[in-house]
Design a protein around this ligand. Structure first.
Ligand code: IMP
Ligand code: MG
Length: 187
């Protein structure tokens, strides 16, 4: 049985209300910035899903949504270390389009910097990043962030798209983990 999150949560870092209020602000900002153009939103699976689906409903310029999945090889399931592989690529061309990448969290920066480099070679009209969370203290590679929901300290977080060994993405809030109380379901 997967543990109930109540057993290991340290604190609620961002409530559902705080997240939704910030998502509305970001949506308004993006709508202003892209007024008169069309957007291609690229959601990075799987963590970016909740944020993307809420965010796009707050944007009022015409937009299309695409999905991309990347996996990173690293020392453990909670770190990424440079080597990033695309496991699901886009179904459309990005050439001459205004691209906005939507991600749940930027940590070391390796994942997103690889995605950006790869997309740049496909000649978009513009390419920007919107991340819900920025764990800025952990950055190893610089990533240009145009829209950021919240800057957070170096703590492992879960909920609202972010997982603990693939679970708890469905929680409407974001919490921090007491790793001493957390038992991995992966054995
Ligand atoms: P980066 O390549 O180190 O920037 O890693 C980014 C990816 O690591 C994110 O897309 C998340 O999947 C994952 N990640 C980093 N920090 C956390 C966290 O605190 N909780 C859940 N996932 C995280
Ligand atoms: Mg992720």
């Amino acid at each position: 049985m997967v543990q109930d999150y109540q057993e290991y949560i340290e604190k609620v870092l961002l409530t559902e209300e705080q997240i939704q209020a910030r998502v509305r602000e970001l949506g308004a900002e993006i709508s202003r910035d892209y007024a008169g153009s069309e957007l291609l939103i690229i959601c990075i699976l799987r963590g970016g899903v909740m944020f993307t689906t809420d965010l796009v409903r707050q944007i009022d310029v015409p937009l299309a949504i695409e999905f991309m999945a990347v996996s990173s090889y690293g020392t453990g399931a909670r770190q990424s270390e440079g080597e990033v592989r695309i496991t699901l690529d886009l179904n459309t061309t990005v050439a001459s389009k205004h691209i906005l990448i939507v991600e749940d969290i930027i940590d070391s920066g390796h994942t997103l910097s690889s995605v950006i480099e790869m997309l740049k070679t496909r000649d978009p009209a513009s390419l920007y990043v919107c991340t819900l969370l920025d764990k800025f203290e952990r950055r190893e590679v610089e990533v240009p962030i145009r829209y950021c929901g919240f800057k957070i300290r170096n703590e492992f977080v879960f909920g609202y798209g972010l997982d603990m060994d693939e679970f708890y993405r469905n929680l409407p809030f974001i919490g921090t983990v007491n790793l001493e109380k957390y038992e991995t379901p992966l054995g």
